[in-house]
Design a protein around this ligand. Structure first.
Ligand SMILES: [Mn+2]
Length: 307
């Protein structure tokens, strides 16, 4: 039995956690009994709600990986967002729906990437391809990931395939998508007991473009003003993060999942790149970004273009 570590990105979101668990299930069903899901950070409240709902445990925490360890990456490929030690690990597979960046291996591998809204959508296809039946709870996890990544199909990253797969999964899991989806997303918007430092790390990713290091963090809320009450502490936390990690630009997006808009708090010595990217003037380090909900489609590409 060969040990295989399965994990998603740092600052894990729902798709990353559920895809690790689902991939473990799939690998084991294909005979790879040494496959085990891990997480690279704290599970967020939305994911907690989902795991409780389906009576499942969160995967074990993984802090670093040994040299030559066998790994499967889900929901990411960038080494900057992966586990410490990834450069020397033996990557067997990648299942992902992000742009390919900062990724390199010395051996051949199984790599599946599709421009869909969610890793779970690709995992569903892998079950179909391998003719493996999907259990109820596993279907529930995959459906939850699609709802989460596409904000109930409202994000511009959502494709027809995501919608079709979600419908199939809802049948297997016996779930009312709208009702369960709203309840699940709302569970993720309870930010009340997070410190400012935790808030900016909940769902935070590092990127690079044209030699510029930038970080984009995002939180979902039903009320932007609520989050802005802690703006001063948030700015202090961001400035400390910038200093500690040599970041040129930090964008913190507070996304209103009801009305599909975001408010951005922007700091760093390359702030003007964000102004150019969104064609806005920052006031008090902040700007309203109408219609912006997707980091992947509406934030990262425009920052990269203007870097
Ligand atoms: Mn994802």
């Amino acid at each position: 039995m060969e040990k295989v570590f399965i994990f998603g990105h740092k600052s894990p979101d729902t798709d990353t956690i559920t895809s690790s668990i689902v991939m473990e299930n799939l690998e084991r069903k294909m005979g790879n009994t040494g496959a085990k899901a891990y997480r690279l950070g704290k599970v967020n409240k939305e994911t907690e709600f989902i795991l409780n709902y389906f009576k499942l445990e969160a995967p074990e925490l993984l802090e670093k990986i040994e040299e030559k360890a066998n790994v499967i990456l889900v929901d990411h490929n960038s080494f900057a967002q992966s586990v410490d030690g990834i450069e020397k690990a033996n990557i067997l597979k990648v299942v992902d729906h992000h742009c390919i960046s900062g990724f390199e291996t010395s051996t051949p591998l199984f790599y599946i990437a599709e421009p869909v809204g969610c890793t779970a959508t690709i995992l569903y296809e892998l079950y179909m391809m391998n003719k493996i039946e999907i259990e109820k709870a596993i279907a529930g996890l995959m459906l939850s990931a699609i709802i989460s990544d596409t904000l109930l199909f409202k994000s511009p990253t959502c494709t027809e395939k995501d919608k079709e797969v979600a419908k199939e999964l809802a049948k297997i899991a016996d779930i009312d998508i709208e009702k369960y989806g709203m309840e699940m997303l709302k569970a993720g918007t309870d930010l009340s007991d997070f410190t400012a430092e935790e808030l900016i790390n909940l769902d935070s990713k590092e990127f690079e473009a044209n030699g510029m290091k930038f970080q984009v963090a995002q939180v979902n809320t039903a009320c932007i003003e609520d989050v802005l009450k802690g703006k001063e502490e948030i700015e202090n936390a961001i400035n400390a993060f910038i200093k500690a990690n040599n970041i040129d630009l930090f964008l913190f997006a507070i996304t209103d999942i009801i009305n599909s808009n975001s408010e951005a708090i922007v700091l760093g010595n390359k702030k003007e790149i964000a102004e150019k990217a969104f064609n806005v003037k920052l006031e008090d380090n902040r700007a309203f970004l109408p219609g912006v909900v997707s980091r992947k489609k509406q934030i990262i590409p425009v920052i990269k273009e203007n870097a």
